[in-house]
Write a protein that binds this ligand. Sequence first.
Ligand code: GUN
Length: 283
Amino acid sequence: MTAQLIDGNALARQVRAEVVDRVARLKARGVQPHLAIVLVGDDPASQVYVKHKVADSEQTGLQATLDRLPVDTTEDALLARIRALNADAKVHGILVQLPLPKHMNAQRVIEAIAPHKDVDGFHVANAGALMVGQPGFVSCTPYGCLKMLESIGVDLKGKNAVVLGRSNIVGKPMALLLLQKNATVTVCHSGTRDLKAHTLQADVIVAAVGKRNVLTADMVKPGAVVIDVGMNRNDEGKLCGDVDFDAVKEVASWITPVPGGVGPMTRAMLLVNTLEAAERASG
Ligand code: GUN
């Protein structure tokens, strides 16, 4: 069997087109959705990510403003900046790019963002809202993965879903989203004893470990759906995921490529969350 590809670029284009329509409706009511991005320091990867976020926003009609703060900014100064953005009614979404410089406590900084403007979904109030099934903001990567699963029409009810990785940003929220859809969810991690025994039971596998070839073909049940969140480099420096794509695609029914899979969807879901924040704020 050769798996069908879940095309993240194509799906992200659809999501962005919907954002454009909804932005137009908001603008017709005099509301300009606005994402404020704060970047501290000059980490090269962060600069690229932030540039994409600004460009994505502008291309879909969202206003994006970028605050660049020097690497030696104090945590107090950053917190003061966040408080000002919290108080600014024209700002609907706030995103503080991570990682922060080592002298800052990232969790304290995230908790300073007003939960109703936390479009990353990292605030403990949004994590808690997801846990109890209340509306909030869902972290963009797992939210994008769920959209990809929905796009292929897979009914998750009663399915065995295995999440590889337990990060606060991907693994844990992904598990909760799958649980909400009535899947039977297993979260595997570095302490898991027999990973293959778990993955071989899975109808759906989401790999979010951050290590190449974590999932090989012998670990996948024929017909399983495989979502690859990984962003790694192989020996030739080429971008690759956590999944041994060439081999696993011969076993799976559906698979996401890297690049062109989860990455574009993560970017698109930030636009959705920002738009949602603006819609909620304007009733
Ligand atoms: N750094 C890498 N990915 C992300 C993200 O999704 N949000 C934020 N705030 N920082 C990041």
